[in-house]
Design a protein around this ligand. Structure first.
Ligand code: OAD
Length: 345
């Protein structure tokens, strides 16, 4: 007696689509549609030999059915086909994704959102740079667990406690000398080069996005790469700041051009971000606790989909469409893997 092995079954209403093979006849596929769920109804197709089983699903009508039984042999093909479809346009996208991506369903969905978006904006925080060995601010090893920000990173500190201010920023500049962009920065830069990302706005002052190759950036909290006089605003060099000398024009205290608590954000960076985020189809928020205003208001400005990638669920009081908990580098790597699966087809 012939025994049959099912590699694909999906159904909708009273219709089932099946692909089977005869166990003793490897490499030969048969397909049929059963209507009315009657055992024995429907005609098997003629034998289809030496083709990939996925090619039997030549159109996407199966996507309108519920998955019933799938052989893992079909997963790679079904994964690619799913990523080529905008999840928004297919009611059953999630059930298929659950079936073929397993634990990676959320990174796959993020990839599909990105692939089908017209414009994608990114907002990063200190968490994207911890894998470059730069501490963040509010994690257990973050700066603000050891130091009160008001005493080192505020207008008051610059004015009244210059030594503390100077030693805090000198330490951060020195740490930055050893730091290199990590996998997360590299992937975002590659997405920009591939025209998947239109703007990377960052609260970071470390310049690592630019060093990784991102060119469309907005530095919302300024940068540790430029310096000026806190009194007359004349520009100054990094070495002069680190040596602790005064402004060459007026003798005033030098400072890095970062935003201190009590100062407004640079207008151009803010407006550029605001505009881009408002028009984005997807906003990806990475490695930020979303504790600091006004940058933490940015996710509210978009009507697009919002993805949050963070080690913990710190900022999830915000309303996100997708929350991916894990390290930025590894989550972005997995999303990129799915994107490349489609791009390299
Ligand atoms: P925070 O330290 O507040 O938040 C960083 C977030 O990143 C935390 O929720 C971490 O759990 C997460 N994180 C850490 N490492 C990660 C990793 N490898 N992958 C994914 N997530 C990771 O830093 P920001 O939100 O950037 O401003 O802080 C915002 C602003 O507060 C800073 O720009 C700075 C600070 O005071 C000023 O100095 C004006």
């Amino acid at each position: 007696m012939t025994s049959w092995e099912t590699i694909f079954a999906a159904g909708a209403g009273r219709e089932t689509l099946e692909i089977k093979r005869k166990v003793e006849d490897e490499g030969t596929w048969y397909r049929r549609i059963i209507r009315g769920l009657e055992e024995g109804s429907g005609q098997w197709s003629s034998p289809e030999k030496n083709i990939l089983p996925g090619t039997l699903l030549e159109d996407t009508s199966w996507l309108a059915m519920h998955p019933i039984e799938l052989d893992s042999e079909l997963y790679p093909d079904l994964q690619k086909r799913l990523l080529e479809v905008d999840p928004e346009r297919t009611r059953l996208w999630s059930s298929w994704a659950q079936a073929v991506f397993g634990e990676e369903v959320d990174t796959a969905m993020a990839a599909a959102f990105i692939l089908h978006a017209g414009t994608v904006c990114v907002l990063t925080g200190a968490g994207i740079s911890t894998e470059s060995n730069l501490p963040d601010f509010r994690s257990s090893s973050g700066w603000w667990r050891k130091i009160d920000p008001k005493t080192v990173a505020s207008v008051e500190a610059l004015t009244n406690e210059y030594e503390l201010f100077h030693s805090f920023y000198s330490a951060r500049i020195t740490a930055l000398k050893q730091a290199e962009p990590n996998n997360g920065h590299d992937i975002l830069a590659a997405w920009e080069a591939g025209e998947l990302v239109q703007l990377t706005a960052t609260q970071n002052v470390d310049g690592l996005h630019q060093r990784a190759g991102s060119q469309k950036t907005a530095e919302l909290h300024g940068s540790l790469a430029s310096f000026s006089c806190s009194v007359c605003h004349e520009s100054a060099g990094k070495d002069a700041f680190l040596e602790g000398v005064g402004c060459r024009v007026c003798g005033g205290n030098l400072r890095p051009d970062v935003v201190l608590f009590g100062e407004p954000l640079p207008q151009e960076a803010w407006e550029k971000t605001f505009e881009a985020v408002r028009n984005a189809d997807v906003l990806i928020v990475i490695g930020t606790s979303l504790e600091v205003a006004p940058a933490n208001q940015i996710p509210r400005q978009t009507r697009g989909r919002k993805i949050y990638i963070n080690k913990d669920r710190a900022g999830t009081w915000e309303d996100f469409d997708l929350i991916l908990t894990g390290s930025a580098g590894s989550v972005l790597k997995q999303i990129d893997f799915w994107i490349q699966a489609v791009k390299q087809k």
